[in-house]
Ligand binder design. Structure first.
Ligand SMILES: [Fe+2]
Ligand SMILES: [Fe+2]
Length: 531
């Protein structure tokens, strides 16, 4: 006798992992992943195994929470050692790739402006055929990767992928970039080793809204018999609350936290930079997975930073997303992995790229790509884009972490965008140093002074006011500040009242209000209508 169909509980967390580490964009591309494994993960684990007490002591200081300290008790050193040994064994190719990259860099540094032809045979054997050697116009040599070929090479290791499933009852989650997920099966954690692109994930996550037999999804995911009881705790006969599609006039705008905004008309639904809270009883009201419509026609991604391109919610929404729109970028530069390729290889079938001032028609409007200046430590990253969303005669600018380093840009942009009803802008005006995110890609460490000067910072008040004065939006919303507690696993902000980011934000709000512009910095949840 078959049992009645069940729903996936709304408080089941699903963390995509790569060798047990939280899978963020640099781990998704085979061009960059080996460097993060070799130059970050292995080094952190070696350091912890050699002296775990240093890590435990460092993490007692809140200022060091975002640093390269592994967040485990000393008693787990054996497990970390086992993971380190397994990583060194299974990822031996990554270790060789990292060594080959150092050799390649030395080779490129030896080029003096003469033909690069003779360098090809001297490219490290592992990388030959995967790179083109080029000069910039100042005769500085560099390598461009044929990234699509790397996805079809042994460097793309789907066997390292897994998803950790468990129930949560609150927002607190450990910071993931310096700590792997160890085996917490005694606490109800279940790690399922199946590539992200596998269709069984769609079967599972569709059950958040559509009930199905437990046995079928259990078998599709290949859950072992001994894990059957834990797996069964993730399901319930209770249906979720209804989440009807918006059917009113104009545009409804719902803030889901950070840079995630759901923009809906009667004809189309658009979700930006998905970062979505799970659903559980809480004192902080928020929209959650349970509030997303059955069909999300377009997901817009602004850039690859881990708080904007997050595989965790994307994987869970894949079955209900129509098209993912990403910045064109790519081009094979090590610092700029293609967002399109990484999403396609994670099982997204319809991924389209948009470039600056390019437009994509959508029902009742269009999406237009706009320049996204700065916020990447002056690195030549093209995989970033602000989005103009035109629906039902209204225009919303989703500017993410754009830093208005040159206000004249917005003078040039203004005639192309016309009047803007609502502008969303991030104001994380401090940002981390360049090495915090890009360090494992650097052939040699930057001086501390250089590193501290080249930050991943968005606009401060003066620059945000520059944008407002030039684009003259009717309404301004400050977002993408990492304030919501469901961001704690990827951002360590620790804001207080006098944090410069909040001081700058308040200055922008005051400026807007003085000039009759409706302005707000939503927290947790917000809803407005443009009619
Ligand atoms: Fe960013
Ligand atoms: Fe951000």
């Amino acid at each position: 006798m078959s049992r009645p169909p069940v729903y996936l509980k709304q408080n089941v967390v699903a963390e995509p992992l790569h060798n047990q580490w939280y899978a963020w964009w640099f781990l998704a591309s085979p061009m960059t992943a080996p460097l993060f494994v070799a130059n970050l993960h292995v080094k952190i684990m070696e350091s912890f195994v050699a002296n775990p007490a240093i890590h435990v002591a460092a993490l007692k200081s809140p200022a060091l929470r975002g640093g390269p300290y592994l967040n485990c008790g000393v008693e787990r050193v054996g497990e970390v050692k086992a993971l380190l040994e397994r990583t060194l064994q299974e990822e031996s190719l990554a270790m060789r790739y990292a060594a080959a990259m150092r050799e390649l860099d030395a080779l490129l540094a030896s080029a003096e402006g003469y033909s690069l032809e003779e360098l090809y045979p001297r490219v490290p054997d592992l990388l030959r055929g995967y790179v083109e050697l080029t000069y910039d116009l100042r005769n500085r040599a560099s390598a461009r990767f044929f990234e699509p070929l790397l996805y079809r090479s042994p460097f793309h290791r789907e066997s390292s992928q897994s998803v950790s499933l468990r129930l949560v009852h609150g927002d607190a989650r450990p910071y993931v970039f310096s700590t792997p997920r160890l085996d917490d099966s005694r606490e109800g954690d279940l790690q399922v080793r199946l590539p992200f692109r596998h269709e069984a994930w769609d079967t599972l996550f569709a059950m958040r809204r559509t009930p199905a037999p437990l046995e079928a999804v259990r078998d599709a995911l290949g859950i072992a018999p001994q894990d059957g009881d834990t797996f069964a705790t993730f399901f319930t006969p209770e249906p979720p609350r209804p989440a009807p599609r918006y059917d009113g006039d104009g545009v409804r705008v719902r803030y889901f936290g950070h840079a995630c905004v759901l923009i809906e008309s009667r004809h189309v639904s658009v979700l930006t930079d998905p970062v979505v809270s799970y659903d559980f009883p809480t004192d902080l009201p928020r929209f959650t997975f349970a509030d997303l419509p059955e069909r999300i026609d377009y997901v817009l991604l602004t850039h690859g930073h881990a708080d904007h391109l997050m595989f965790e919610p994307l994987l869970q929404l894949r079955h209900r997303i129509g098209t993912v729109v990403v910045p064109a970028g790519g081009g094979g530069a090590l610092v700029d992995p293609s967002l399109k390729l990484m999403l396609q290889h994670a099982g997204f079938r319809d991924v389209v790229t948009l470039s600056e001032l390019e437009s994509l028609p959508v029902p009742g409007g269009e999406l237009v790509g706009l320049p996204f200046l700065g916020e990447h430590g002056d690195l030549d990253v093209r995989g970033k884009l602000a989005h103009l969303v035109r629906l039902e005669g209204k225009a919303l600018l989703m500017a993410a972490d754009s830093n208005a380093l040159e206000p004249r840009l917005y003078e040039h942009v203004q005639p192309h965008v016309g009047s803007i009803d609502m502008m969303w802008l991030g104001m994380e005006s401090e940002g981390g140093p360049l090495s915090w995110m890009y360090g494992p890609l650097l052939p040699a460490p930057l001086s501390r002074k250089m590193d501290q000067s080249r930050r991943l910072n968005g606009s401060n008040a003066a620059r945000a006011i520059d944008i407002v004065q030039r684009l003259k939006p009717r309404q301004v919303r400050i977002y993408a500040m990492g304030r919501e507690p469901w961001l704690g696993h990827v951002m360590v902000m620790g804001y207080h009242e006098q944090s410069p980011q909040l001081v700058e934000s308040r200055k922008l709000l005051a400026h807007c209000r003085e000039h009759g512009v409706d302005a707000d910095m939503p927290y947790g949840q917000a809803e407005s209508f443009l009619r």
